[in-house]
Design a protein around this ligand. Structure first.
Ligand code: HEC
Length: 476
């Protein structure tokens, strides 16, 4: 993949008041939850089918058939749809990120996809023929299904964890050093346990819908399914291992340097803890019955915990989508310098949506700079809006803070344009704050541009303080 072509390929989409990062994050949370449900579901069914065949659970077979129908419906239909949706949105939000991910790991994706196909085929075979098969074939088919599902996690996990901890890949560009990166194992084991948790909780809901069974029989099934919650006990340790494996600055965001991220983390941990305590003391030790409403509530908690966890995982990667390599706004780390010279949108061939509504070329330039450099994380006046964040700042404050963007907030990338573009962006924000009047003076004071240039130089072209570890400064 050529290193220096930011434009000419990608058309640009706009999601209105929702910022782009949020669109993909929101969809991602649903997809991850469903995919993990499918993986844990496979393991759970293998276990219960085995119990049934050993004669330890008279109703397990009936449960497996019931559960499988739900699993197929949800994970094959909604899971696959959201999966396709992820590709669809990621190619619109950050074609360059996804391009790099595909470019570096195409064989891994191909392997992942093969396992996914196997999962679908074995799953469908079980759905269609499971009830007619003999015991051995049933168990084997379920085992194939759940191994295939788990292995698709194995492969995708390497790519996702590489985004946050690319490690020595940054220098070597070796696929395997990128794949088996420092957060690979903690993240894989953690996700496996989460999958089992989700499946066990959904099982409690499903068992409650099996009206043909009496309460005692349902309790047995619930307690057997709840055994899959036991590995949750390892979560605190795994969480610590995971945190130890990610970069120090990412850890710092989640542990307090960024308040929303820390809150999401605390909520996510809190909800997991509640599920865990209920599981260990209520379901496993006291063998309580859990009714449909409570089980649904527990599932919702698990969803919220997943959402919080994914939010933090995505958040701590800022300002990169691939750490040390590609900024969230699709500019490569090494390109900033050249774009400062040339202008970041000089080669941007895409027209603005409402270009005529803007009174001057300077504002049109500012709008393009905003679209290219800021719009993945900000909107003008919707989510994380610049009008709200910087609206009250004076013009000079805007100039100073945008020129030194990576120091204003270290989870933003450095400003990657020339002084004219920075001033155009400032004027564009001023114009929007002033409620978009039909005329607007052009600002071309040389002294202003010189001040911006000085600010840009002082800020440098590298990521903000927290990110510039001496060891990394050289590696680009
Ligand atoms: C990687 C994502 C990302 C990119 C790209 C990004 N920002 Fe930000 N920016 C953020 C986040 C997150 C905040 C914090 C919001 C908050 O504090 O609620 C922020 C805050 C700000 C603030 C408020 C800072 C303060 O001290 O209160 C301004 C102004 C701002 N951004 C401007 C910009 C401009 C202009 C661009 C484009 C040149 C840009 N940002 C690009 C993520 C980003």
């Amino acid at each position: 993949m050529p290193d220096s072509l930011v434009f000419p390929y990608y058309p640009i989409n706009d999601f209105g008041p929702a910022m782009k990062g949020m669109v993909i994050g929101g969809l991602g949370i649903f997809h991850v939850f469903l995919a993990q449900f499918a993986i844990g579901g496979g393991l759970l069914m293998c276990y219960l089918e085995w119990l049934s065949q050993c004669g330890k659970s008279p109703d397990a077979r009936r449960f497996v058939d019931n559960f499988f129908k739900l699993l197929v419906l949800i994970s094959f239909v909604v899971g696959a749809l959201t999966g396709v949706g992820m590709w669809f949105t990621s190619i619109q939000v950050s074609p360059r990120t996804i391009g790099l991910m595909v470019g570096e790991f195409h064989w891994i994706w191909a392997i992942e996809w093969t396992f996914f196909c196997l999962e679908i085929v074995s799953g469908y075979a079980f759905y269609r023929y499971g009830e007619r098969l003999d015991d051995r074939s049933r168990l084997r088919l379920l085992a194939v299904y759940s191994l295939a599902a788990w292995f698709s996690l194995f492969w995708i996990n390497g790519i996702l964890s590489w985004q946050l901890t690319p490690g020595s890949w940054v220098e070597t560009r070796n696929v395997w050093s990128g794949f088996f990166n420092s957060s690979f194992w903690p993240s894989l084991i953690f996700r496996t346990i989460v999958s089992m948790t989700i499946a066990a909780l959904v099982a409690c809901v499903v068992i409650n819908t099996m009206g043909a069974l009496d309460r005692a029989a349902r309790t047995v099934l619930i307690n057997q399914s709840a055994r899959l919650l036991t590995p949750m006990l390892a979560m605190p340790l795994l969480g610590l291992w995971y945190f130890a494996s990610i970069p120090a600055d990412s850890r710092a965001w989640a542990l307090g340097a960024n308040v929303p991220m820390m809150m999401f983390l605390v909520l996510s941990i809190g909800m997991s803890l509640m599920i865990g305590l209920y599981a260990v003391f209520g379901l496993i030790r006291q063998k309580l019955y859990v009714n449909g409403a409570t089980a649904t509530l527990l599932c919702s908690l698990a969803f919220a915990a997943t959402a919080g966890g994914e939010f933090v995982r995505e958040g701590v990667r800022k300002p990169f989508t691939i750490r040390e390599t590609l900024y969230s706004n699709s500019i490569r780390r090494g390109e900033v310098e050249a774009l400062r010279e040339k202008g970041s949108v000089t080669d941007d061939p895409y027209p603005l949506r409402h270009a005529d509504a803007l009174p001057s070329d300077q504002l049109r330039l500012g709008a393009k700079v905003f679209r290219f450099q800021c719009s993945v994380c900000h909107t003008l006046d919707g989510a994380n809006a610049l009008v709200h964040l910087a609206g009250a700042w004076s013009t000079e404050q805007k100039r100073v803070n945008i020129a030194r963007l990576q120091r204003t907030k270290t989870f933003m990338p450095p400003f990657a344009g020339n002084p004219e573009e920075c001033e155009a962006l400032v004027q564009y924000l001023e114009w929007v704050v002033a409620d978009s009047p039909t005329t607007w003076p052009v600002s071309d004071d040389r002294a202003v541009l010189a001040r911006i240039q000085q600010g840009l130089q002082e800020a440098g072209t590298q990521p903000g303080e927290m990110f510039t570890h001496p060891a990394r400064r050289e590696s680009r």
